[in-house]
Design a protein around this ligand. Structure first.
Ligand code: FMN
Length: 169
């Protein structure tokens, strides 16, 4: 079985929670937003928007979820907004594109759940019908190696089947 670097980066992608304090450069931020923008979506509707959050506003955003320390510690968080008609599946694809793009340019990232999306709407000033339940914390990685927090993954035999649920691939 042969792989290549790109495949290995996909399989090895980690949620990283330790960041240097320096801000993300405008060029790198643009690369992340471009990766988000070019994500495929249902019927190519692109019913999404991305709010770059930093400074005091980042602390307000962190207050909208229960496990948001990475938002506090990263220089920037990118809030993923589902505009009216948007699908959570599309938002998930955006999140993964941002994380893979970040990894490709040497930026650490962590997906974050914003459990109180009503509060997020107020903090970000979202228009009626728009919703934001997830953000990606991003920053240049600190030197400390981040231990894998919740272990590895279930074996393939527990998650992949052929033709009928439960039948082995
Ligand atoms: C939908 C989603 C929501 C997540 N929310 C949080 C969160 O609120 N806080 C956090 O620290 N990590 C969050 N994570 C990161 C997961 O904990 C992480 O991806 C998982 O533990 C696997 O870790 P690894 O990627 O380092 O193997 C979230 C991940 C996903 C996919």
């Amino acid at each position: 079985m042969s792989t290549n670097d790109f495949y290995d980066r996909i399989v090895g992608l980690r949620a990283l929670r330790s960041y240097r304090h320096d801000p993300i450069s405008d060029e790198d931020l643009t690369l992340l937003l471009e990766a988000a923008r070019w994500t495929g979506s249902s019927k190519n509707q692109q019913n999404w928007s991305f709010v770059v959050v930093d400074g005091d506003q980042k602390e307000r955003l962190a207050g909208c979820g229960d496990y948001t320390i990475p938002v506090s510690e990263a220089p920037v968080a990118i809030a993923l907004v589902e505009e009216p008609g948007g699908y959570e599946f599309d938002t998930g694809r955006v999140a993964q594109n941002i994380m893979l793009a970040a990894d490709a340019i040497g930026i650490a990232s962590c997906p974050i759940t914003l459990h109180r999306d009503g509060d997020v709407a107020t903090v970000l000033g979202l228009p009626e019908g728009a919703r934001c339940r997830y953000a990606i914390a991003v920053g240049y990685p600190s030197d400390e190696a981040a231990p894998r927090r919740f272990g590895g993954r279930k074996p393939l035999s527990e998650v992949a089947y052929r033709n009928r649920h439960g039948d082995p691939v």
